[in-house]
Design a protein around this ligand. Sequence first.
Ligand code: FAD
Length: 351
Amino acid sequence: MLSAPVPSPARGEGEAPSFVGFAEMRNEVTVIGAGVVGLATAVELVERGARVTLIERAPELGDSAASWLAGGMLAPYCEGESAPLSVVERGAKAIDWWSRHVPSVAREGTLVVAPPRDVGEIDRFAALTREYERVGEARIAALEPDLAGRFGRGLFFRGEGHVDPRLAMRTLRDLLIARGADLQFGVDGETAPTRGVVIDCRGFAARRDLAELRGVRGEMMIVRTREIALKRSVRLLHPRIPIYVVPRADGLFMIGATMIESADAGAMSVRSAIELLSAAYALHPAFGEAEILEMRAGVRPAFPDNEPRIVAANGRIYVNGFYRHGYLLAPDFAARAAALALQQQEAAACG
Ligand SMILES: Cc1cc2nc3c(=O)[nH]c(=O)nc-3n(C[C@H](O)[C@H](O)[C@H](O)COP(=O)(O)OP(=O)(O)OC[C@H]3O[C@@H](n4cnc5c(N)ncnc54)[C@H](O)[C@@H]3O)c2cc1C
């Protein structure tokens, strides 16, 4: 399905390709899917001088993207609790990439705490991770004054941060428009004409092409309260239901997220709502007075080892399987996918 490089529209039928035509052909890449992976890949491509077409099936940015529902945590060291070293190492570069491309990336670290009855979880988490400082009650209060007196022990991961996913996606979209990329919304990339090498970033929708891809349901909510302020993502450890709260502008907080082996993106269950809300309330009772603005579920695309892959097959390059690390790993994979696409395009144009 690799589309042959198309002739420049300026060139007449039967006319020999001009030098300019070849130069253009070398640079043409179509990206399918405007989730975080497609957007980051398109940005890497325009920054390498490519002419990019980005095709998104949804009529509006984020309408059906798991990326829209993410916490936006850039937390490679915390993720080391369950993720392999490669995720930690590749993810460690993400915060700089996001800071270069998106305003107001929070570089305040991550605070990890546990309720008194689960305080043993802190040591378990510490044993599996690195790059943290052990913190006691006074340090927790200094970092997050509104949590003063609530937790006796915790871990502070100074080198981490977070980004507002919706702001990030809009910023990348605007950057692409400003750099002359052709963005097509409401267009199905499976049937639409493509130009040049095709990079498929359809997330879980690519499951028919990628047999091993599975869905991992993630439920989240967004609440608003002015009664509590947090500077950084706070993870509340629990043996069964670890949750996190990510602060956003204007008193908004994202509370996430469930991890359920299911490709169902339907409405949040009552059980999950109770669990997320109880955990937020345990973090701070002020969340009891918060307004609930959104309760939704997204499907994380994941391969069996929960690591993303770049797969050349069916004449296209698939970049998929980002599991719970789309924001964390998109910069690294986007750069490598963009380089591969331009190598392929160069070879196709010369051949
Ligand atoms: C609740 C939740 C919290 C999360 N929190 C974090 C976090 O804090 N940090 C982190 O790094 N990651 C997080 N993740 C994971 C992250 O969101 C995913 O890994 C990431 O969104 C996957 O991005 P993607 O671009 O591959 O897929 P998607 O975001 O799903 O994007 C795929 C896009 O392709 C489009 N598409 C599909 N089919 C077609 C077609 N035929 N033609 C054209 N377009 C098509 C879709 O409409 C969609 O816009 C979280 C996920 C969830 C659900």
